[in-house]
Design a protein around this ligand. Structure first.
Ligand code: NAP
Ligand code: ZN
Length: 342
């Protein structure tokens, strides 16, 4: 079978590899769709730790083609979405219920072979069944949606909350939708590209701002701004220094800042601790998707999340390497790899 392999930092190739054989607790899944994520670019450039050589792809959906002998509760032919993050269950973090912070965390598509391939092995406990009537491309959105869901949960949104989302990539645009579903009545998205601002407004943002032409602190939190004094919750979804710097200044006194964006390890940003202290800000990280994959899959299956508008293009396995090797094209939100088109 074909697989898109990260051979080492900066080195991606499409290779012919052996079709994997399921162990006792595994499912062999024929991949129908697998999303390309900002994290795949970070992995390629060595900005996020991985263990090459490995097949990338952690946002996959597909059909169970075979199952190991210990698996009895899922049918051959079922459609599943995979939670790629495998925790050990026994380290101090896992036993305290913080499975996403597991010391031995291994992820499908990062540390073991993933979904940019014709087939992927998925431990049964990482698989979540979704309807056969669902568009499999929608199934590939469960993983990124789960990460956004954890962020929105962590941020503590309540009905009537006000929020700013920084960065209009797929994470930011899914977060805008979840914030509205969770009851936020003011949701402002900051992103540089006009096409993404328009899209955000279609998806439920109550206002959008262009950080390249406006001082967004003044425009949002200033006396004559959209939310004078700032908002209840700021969700950073760009992973760049500028937005991290903006985040604490946009939260109102007593507000919350959740960092979802991945900045390269080792990079630093200047912040003003006095500002955090004097206004008692809650600044927190939100890492991956503990215990939310089922909810994310149900949300996708329910149709409550607009997904089609987030799909920019579908590519083959052969085309995927070039997509990951370049920054997203203008206006591009999510690119899906469809292996069987190869
Ligand atoms: P993405 O497509 O690269 O989106 C980031 C967006 O930020 C870009 O589309 C860009 O849009 C916008 N941006 C860049 N500079 C900006 C600025 N100065 N001000 C405002 N917006 C700016 O990536 P993604 O897939 O949505 O992911 C976003 C981040 O979350 C990445 O760092 C990714 O690694 C991370 N992530 C984290 C988790 C987690 O568990 N926490 C899970 C998945 C992904 P414009 O060009 O329109 O500005
Ligand atoms: Zn653990």
């Amino acid at each position: 079978m074909k697989a898109l392999r990260l051979e080492g930092i900066g080195h991606l190739t499409v290779a012919e590899v052996e079709k994997p054989k399921p162990g006792p607790n595994d499912l062999l899944v024929r991949v129908e769709a697998c999303g390309i994520c900002g994290t795949d670019r970070h992995l390629l450039h060595g900005e996020f730790p991985s263990t090459p050589p490995v097949t990338l792809g952690h946002e996959f959906c597909g059909i169970v083609e075979a199952a190991g002998q210990a698996v009895s509760d899922i049918a051959i032919g079922a459609r599943i979405t995979g939670d790629p993050n495998i925790s050990c269950g026994t380290c101090p973090q896992c036993t305290a219920g913080r499975v996403n912070l597991c010391r031995n965390l291994r992820a499908i598509g990062i540390h073991r072979d993933g979904g940019f391939a014709d087939y992927v092995l998925v431990p049964r406990k990482q698989a979540y069944e979704i309807p056969l009537t669902l568009d499999p491309v929608h199934g590939a959105f469960c993983e990124p949606l789960a990460c956004c869901l954890h962020g929105v949960d962590r941020a503590g949104i309540r009905a009537g909350s006000s929020a700013v989302v920084l960065g209009g990539g797929v994470i930011g645009l899914l977060t805008v939708q979840l914030l509205r579903l969770a009851g936020a009545t003011t949701v402002i998205l900051s992103t540089r590209q006009a096409a993404k601002r328009r899209l955000a407004e279609e998806l439920g943002a109550t206002a959008t701002v262009d950080p390249s032409s406006t001082d967004i602190i003044e425009r949002i939190a200033g006396n004559d701004g959209l939310c004078p004094g700032g908002v209840d919750v700021v969700i950073e979804c760009a992973g760049v220094a500028e937005t991290v710097r903006q985040s604490t200044r946009l939260a109102k006194a007593g507000g919350t800042v959740a960092i979802l964006g991945v900045m390269p390890q080792g990079e630093t940003v200047e912040i003003e601790p006095f500002d955090i202290l004097f206004r008692e800000l809650r600044v927190l990280g939100s890492f991956i998707n503990p215990f939310v994959h089922r909810r994310a899959a149900d949300l996708v299956a329910s149709g409550a999340i607009e997904i089609d508008k987030l799909i920019s293009r579908r590519v083959t396995l052969d085309e995927a390497g070039a997509v990951i090797s370049h920054p997203p094209a203008a206006g591009e939100v999510k690119v899906l790899v469809i292996p069987e088109r190869t």
